[in-house]
Design a protein around this ligand. Structure first.
Ligand code: NI
Ligand code: MN
Length: 226
């Protein structure tokens, strides 16, 4: 698996021969100013919720890449109105088998609307299972006890967890979340982009170290094999 970080909560995961893009927010992110979105290719775009810092580049990149957009029913409907018709609506608790593997939508404890006020359905996280490996993309979420269900029934190679605090869980709760989901390799997201979510990198990594786990903080633009 190969992971490319485009800043905030936006990652491209190359898995099983397909490119999965998560929560595209690039142009409006000053930390991602060096990313050339024109060169981004994707087969699927997975959208956790409607907030601008997860969808600002969604319509443009969906049209550019012709990717299938996987999201809540409400985001799917909103996209039709924007001329994006290659969509696959889902909701929490459901799974679907795609050509790269299985996507299961799981609960995220957050809110979800578009900047224009349109209701965007329930915020979601995604469990991805493929023959090449499994991972969890938590979306924007608080720590919640249902994460234990994931740990009880699934084994994953790594997980993307929000760690920036203020709008989502912070580091201390993310350490507990990593214990709930029984995953030792965590890729941090939703940090440093705004004043409210700036974190101390060394202190954050140390807290995961003390729990016997690894926190990876990728640099914007970084590509890593996992
Ligand atoms: Ni949000
Ligand atoms: Mn957010």
């Amino acid at each position: 698996m190969q992971i490319t970080y485009f800043g905030h909560s936006c990652f491209l995961v190359d898995i099983n021969g397909k490119k999965l893009l998560f929560d595209p927010f690039i142009h409006e992110n000053p930390l991602a100013k060096d990313i050339d979105t024109k060169s981004i290719q994707a087969d699927y775009i997975l959208v956790s919720h409607g907030h601008f810092d997860h969808t600002a580049d969604l319509v443009e990149l969906a049209k550019q890449t012709q990717a299938t957009v996987i999201s809540s029913w409400e985001i799917h409907v909103w996209l039709q109105g924007k001329g994006v018709t290659n969509t696959h609506p889902m909701n929490i608790g459901g799974h679907w088998i795609f050509d790269f593997g299985k996507v299961k939508c799981v609960r995220a404890e957050h809110s979800s609307s578009f900047p224009d006020g349109t209701y965007a359905g329930n915020p979601m996280g995604f469990l991805i299972e493929t023959t090449e490996g499994n991972f969890y993309y938590a979306g924007d979420t608080a720590l919640h006890y249902d994460m234990k269900l994931i740990g009880d029934f699934k084994r994953m190679n790594f997980a993307f967890l929000p760690i920036g605090n203020n709008f989502t869980m912070g580091i201390d709760n993310a350490v507990i979340a990593s214990e709930f989901i029984r995953c030792d390799t965590i890729i941090g997201m939703h940090f440093d982009t705004f004043e409210w979510i700036k974190i101390d990198h060394n202190e954050s990594k140390k807290k995961f170290d003390l729990a016997g786990k690894q926190l990876l903080l990728m640099k914007v633009g970084e590509v890593s094999e996992i």
